[in-house]
Design a protein around this ligand. Structure first.
Ligand SMILES: [Fe+2]
Length: 225
């Protein structure tokens, strides 16, 4: 069987793609006269900006400095892209806060187009990291180093932060990836936290996919016991 190396971008980028698409979709189809729908859009947009900021922080404080140490000069372009994207996020954040049912249809259309523009730029950025930076990471790090880095990042997260990330990551994974990621968490995390995690994920997944996930976790547990 093909063995895959650890890809530090896989989980966060799938989660971010999920939430980017969701915000983009909501920005296009909301009823801008509905207080509830405008509030929903703002909640998901804020969550997107929070996760984007958290993600940039992990890349800027762990992934890129460690790569730079091994391959000097290899991360310059990535830093510049982060700064460029961060400036757009700050602008979008302000624009989001100004939206209300008092805003004009043009304000909402502008927001929809600006989110869409950012969406396309962020997809291109993630692809650059997945196609180019990942090659440099894999060329310079051993499997053991990658696993240790992954654990260092995850163990620095509070339970609240894990819930906020996994809410969007897990629905965006394929069933095989979900089983591995959640199987590991089920075996190691406190029971109360794991139940909370499943509740959060359930709200973001189609019913049948969630039922299949629960079934696959039960089967995994049986095969381990
Ligand atoms: Fe990045």
């Amino acid at each position: 069987m093909e063995t895959q190396r650890l890809n530090p971008y896989l989980l966060p980028h799938k989660g971010l793609r999920n939430l980017l698409a969701k915000v983009s979709f909501l920005a296009g189809n909301l009823d801008y006269t509905s207080v509830h729908e405008v509030e929903q859009l703002k909640l998901f947009a804020r969550e997107l900006f929070y996760l984007l900021e958290q993600h940039a922080q992990v890349e800027e404080s762990v992934v890129l400095p460690e790569l730079e140490q091994k391959a000097p000069g290899s991360t310059q372009e990535n830093h510049e892209e982060h700064e460029f994207l961060e400036a757009i996020i700050t602008k979008l954040d302000k624009q989001t806060e100004q939206l209300s049912v008092e805003s004009t249809p043009t304000d909402f259309l502008d927001f929809f187009l600006d989110i869409s523009d950012f969406h396309s730029k962020y997809l291109a950025h993630m692809l650059m990291e997945e196609r180019e930076v990942l090659k440099a990471i894999w060329a310079n790090f051993t499997d053991e180093e990658l696993i240790a880095q992954h654990h260092r990042i995850l163990s620095s997260f509070t339970p609240e932060k894990i819930l906020r990330w996994f809410r969007f990551i897990v629905p965006a994974l394929n069933p095989q990836e979900r089983k591995i990621v959640l199987g590991g968490m089920k075996a190691n995390a406190p029971k109360v936290f794991f139940s909370e995690l499943l509740e959060v994920i359930k709200a973001e997944m189609p019913e049948f996919a969630f039922a299949n996930l629960v079934k696959s976790l039960e089967e995994k547990e049986l095969s381990n016991s």
